[in-house]
Design a protein around this ligand. Structure first.
Ligand SMILES: Nc1ncnc2c1ncn2[C@@H]1O[C@H](COP(=O)(O)OP(=O)(O)OP(=O)(O)O)[C@@H](O)[C@H]1O
Length: 257
């Protein structure tokens, strides 16, 4: 089957620094791929190139076979490529339910209509509630967004991303800044989304041990280059990856450029 998302020799340079270098990858639909790599490896920059926040110096990005390299981030979201931080403009003084309802509403682009107001409002609320249940925020519907814990905020952001109903979800470190107790709940949320089976998920995550169970495949970036891409077992067994993570001397020649 054709990949839903693909890059070909993707490269971006900032001045003299090549942050992403010749990265060619393919993302099969309805799978979960994690992107790992040390600080500064180019993970977020690679996401920015996929989402359209940045345009490459060289190379191409394809979504469902269509070249989207120069397309704006908004157009890519409309096409089906959603990124979590694009909707993190949570209204702090509104409740969880109201925030998710507004996100659902923005996707549907429903205009306020007096005569049909009740029907629309009810169906929007139902959809919002389903998303709240999915991200395990049930019981917190009426909590004010600004008063949520860090972990709950990340769940709300995921619910709002899901409200956009894009086929591909780009999740940039959804567990960042969380306490150790909060991490498993977010991983459960991602697991549930995956189990529903209709989304393609790309996940940036530092914590290798947390993603081994969750991922169909893992790609490793190092110094902007694609060091390895394979099943979790293949990545675990990959000596070059082990050396890079163990802080051993990295052999630049091990990566094709
Ligand atoms: N806008 C920019 N201008 C100049 N350099 C940049 C810019 N964005 C990223 N970089 C550089 O590109 C490299 C890759 O950064 P990036 O944030 O993509 O890494 P990362 O793997 O996501 O790191 P982390 O895990 O710490 O978030 C870094 O050296 C960074 O300083």
């Amino acid at each position: 089957m054709d990949p839903i998302l693909k890059t070909d020799q993707l490269t971006i340079r900032f001045g003299g620094h090549t942050a992403v270098s010749n990265v060619s990858f393919e993302m099969p639909a309805r799978q979960l791929k994690s992107i790992i790599g040390p600080n500064g490896a180019g993970k977020t920059t690679f996401f920015n190139l996929l989402s359209g926040e940045l345009k490459p110096t060289e190379g191409e990005v394809f979504f469902k076979g269509k070249r989207i390299t120069t397309m704006s981030a908004v157009a890519r979201t409309r096409l089906g490529l959603g990124r979590s931080f694009q909707i993190t403009n949570v209204f702090p003084n509104l409740t969880v339910l109201e925030n998710v309802r507004l996100a659902v509403q923005s996707k549907k682009n429903i205009r306020y209509q007096m005569t049909r107001h009740f029907f629309h409002y009810k169906s929007l609320m139902e959809e919002a509630q389903q998303l709240i249940d999915l991200v395990l925020l049930q019981g917190r519907e009426h909590a004010i967004a600004s008063q949520l814990s860090h972990g709950e905020k990340r769940k709300l952001e995921i619910a709002m991303l899901l409200a956009l109903d894009t086929e591909v979800l780009l999740l940039d470190e959804p567990t960042a800044g969380m306490s150790l107790e909060e991490v498993p709940a977010i991983l459960d949320v991602i697991k549930k989304i995956k189990q529903k089976g209709d989304k393609t998920i790309l996940l940036i995550e530092h914590k290798m041990d947390m993603i081994l169970d969750l991922s169909d495949s893992i790609m490793v970036l190092f110094n902007g280059k694609l060091l390895a891409d394979g099943s979790p077992q293949e990545i675990m067994d990959n000596e070059t990856v082990q050396n890079a993570y163990l802080g051993g001397l990295y052999d630049e020649n091990a990566v094709e450029s």
